[in-house]
Design a protein around this ligand. Structure first.
Ligand code: IMP
Length: 420
C-alpha cells in the first residue's frame, strides 16, 4: 500500500482537503506535518459542510487514524474546541487522533505577538491569519518554545512560560499565568491518551504495508524558504517538510500529488502577478466561494500561472496533478494561462526571488477558448467539453506533469481520476 503526499502547490486554498478526503476512504493514516490553525480545510459530504483547522481531514472516515506530526504547531485550546465540535456531530476521536509529543504549542502570547508584529511592520505587513503561527515557530527556533510534552511536567512548564514572557520583554501576570496553567492542565487531561511518538506509529504502519496520506496545510508559494518571501507562512510546506515534520523521509513516498486550482487565488498581502480585478474576478470569487475558511477574508483572484506552477511542480518532484474547481470556469469566453514573465527587457520562465521584482513582472499569456457547459455532473476526462480538455492538456504540457485527478464541485462525489 502506498505512502502518498497531497500538497497544495500555489498560495494555499487549493482544495487539498477535498482531494485528501477523496483519496482517504481506504487510507489507514492521514498525517499533518506543518502549519497550525492558520489552515482551514473545508469538506462537504452529502451536503453537510465540515471545516477543520488542526485535525487532519481523514477523521471523517471511521477506519482512518489521524496523526498531527511534530512539525505542526498546535493551539491547544483551538484543538479542544475542534475536537468538541466534531464530537458533537458524532465523530469519535478515541484511538483515532494521535498527536506527537514533540509538537510545538501556540499560546495566547503568540497570538498577541502576531497582532503586534503585524501592526509594527511598515514595509511588509504580511496579512497573517492572526493565529500566532509565526511567533510560535520563531520561539521553537529560538529554543524558547513550549512543546506538548511540557504539559506533562507542570513545574517545568511554569518556569518555561515565565521565561518565555521575559524573553519577549514581558512579565507574566501571576493571576493570568495561574489561569493559563490551569487551562493547559485541563487540556492535557483530555488529550494525554492521544499523545504519541508519531514516527513510531508511522514506521510500524510502513512495515505493515499501510496506506498513509500526508496532508500539506499551506501551499508551496507560502513555504518559508521557497515561497514569495516575506509574504509567506513560517513553516516549510514542500514535500521534504514531511521528513522534518512527521519523521517519515520523503524518500519513502510512493507518490507526490500536487493540488492546483484551475485558476489562481491568494489571501493576505504579497505579489500576485496574474491577479485580475473587475467583473471576471467577482464572478469567479462568487462561483468558487473564494472566501477564507479561517478568516472569512475575500480571496484575491488570478489567471492560472504556469510559471509559478512549473516552479512548484519541480520543487515538489510531482508525479501528478489534482486540478480542482474546474467547474468554476464554465461560462468564461476566453481563458488566459501565464507562460512567462517580462521583467524590463528580460523574459523569465521562473519566478524572481525578490518581492520588488515579482511585483514588477508583466505576465505573458497564452489565450484559450472557454466552454459554457456545466461540469457538475462530469465524471470522466472523456466527458469534458473539448475546450476544457484543451485547457487541461495545456497545463499538463506547461508543467510537464500529468493531471491525474479533476474536481468539478464541492461534493466528495464530484471528483474523478483521469486514469493517467
Ligand atoms: P500566517 O501563516 O498566519 O503567519 O500567515 C502568513 C501568510 O500565509 C498570510 O498571507 C496568510 O494569508 C497565508 N496563509 C496562512 N495559512 C493559509 C491558508 O491555509 N490558506 C491560504 N493562505 C494562508
Amino acid at each position: 500500500m502506498p505512502a502518498i503526499a497531497v500538497l497544495g502547490c500555489m498560495w494555499g486554498d487549493e482544495a487539498k482537503a477535498k482531494i485528501v478526503d477523496y483519496l482517504g476512504g481506504d487510507a489507514d493514516f492521514v498525517v499533518r506535518f506543518q502549519g497550525g490553525s492558520n489552515a482551514g480545510h473545508t469538506i462537504v459530504v452529502d451536503g453537510k459542510k465540515y471545516v477543520f483547522h488542526t485535525v487532519p481531514s481523514g477523521i471523517l472516515y471511521p477506519g482512518t487514524k489521524c496523526i498531527i506530526g511534530p512539525g505542526v504547531v498546535v493551539d491547544p485550546f483551538a484543538l479542544m474546541d475542534e475536537i468538541r465540535s466534531l464530537e458533537a456531530v458524532g465523530i469519535d476521536f478515541n484511538q483515532r487522533l494521535f498527536i506527537d509529543e514533540r509538537t510545538g504549542l501556540v499560546l495566547p502570547l503568540h497570538m498577541e505577538l502576531d497582532r503586534r508584529g503585524e501592526s509594527l511592520l511598515k514595509d511588509a505587513k504580511i496579512g497573517t491569519t492572526g493565529r500566532g503561527i509565526g511567533p510560535a515557530y520563531a520561539d521553537l527556533t529560538a529554543r524558547t518554545g513550549i512543546r506538548l510534552i511540557d504539559l506533562a511536567h507542570p513545574a517545568y512548564l511554569k518556569r518555561r512560560i515565565t521565561d518565555l514572557y521575559e524573553y519577549h520583554g514581558l512579565k507574566a501576570d501571576p493571576t493570568l499565568l495561574k489561569e493559563l496553567l490551569g487551562r493547559l492542565s485541563d487540556c492535557w487531561k483530555l488529550i494525554e491518551k492521544n499523545v504519541v511518538q508519531s514516527y513510531e506509529l508511522l514506521h510500524e504502519a510502513r512495515l505493515q504495508d499501510a496506506k498513509i496520506l500526508f496532508e500539506g496545510a499551506q501551499g508551496t508559494l507560502l513555504d518559508r524558504s521557497w515561497g514569495t518571501y516575506p509574504y509567506v507562512t513560517s513553516s516549510n510546506t514542500i514535500v521534504d517538510a514531511i521528513g522534518v515534520g512527521a519523521g517519515y523521509s520523503s524518500r519513502l513516498l510512493d507518490e507526490v500529488l500536487g493540488v492546483f486550482k484551475a485558476y489562481g487565488t491568494r489571501v493576505g498581502e504579497g505579489p500576485f502577478p496574474t491577479e485580475m480585478f473587475g467583473d471576471l474576478a467577482d464572478k469567479i470569487r462568487m462561483q468558487g466561494n473564494e472566501f477564507g475558511a479561517t478568516t472569512g477574508r475575500p480571496r484575491r483572484i488570478g489567471h492560472f500561472d504556469a510559471v509559478m506552477a512549473a516552479f512548484t511542480s519541480k520543487l515538489n518532484t510531482l508525479d501528478g496533478i489534482a486540478l480542482t474547481l474546474l467547474d468554476v470556469l464554465s461560462g468564461i469566453e476566453e481563458l488566459k494561462i501565464c507562460i512567462g514573465y517580462k521583467l524590463g527587457k528580460k523574459v523569465l520562465t521562473s519566478p524572481p526571488s525578490h518581492p520588488l521584482d515579482l511585483q514588477k513582472v508583466e505576465p505573458i499569456y497564452t489565450l484559450l477558448k472557454g466552454w459554457d457547459e456545466d461540469l457538475a455532473k462530469v465524471r470522466s476526462f472523456s466527458a469534458l467539453p473539448q475546450n476544457a480538455k484543451i485547457y487541461l492538456e495545456a497545463i499538463e504540457d506547461l508543467l510537464e506533469t500529468p493531471i491525474k485527478i479533476v474536481s468539478v464541485g464541492k461534493e466528495r462525489s464530484q471528483t474523478f481520476h483521469t486514469k493517467k
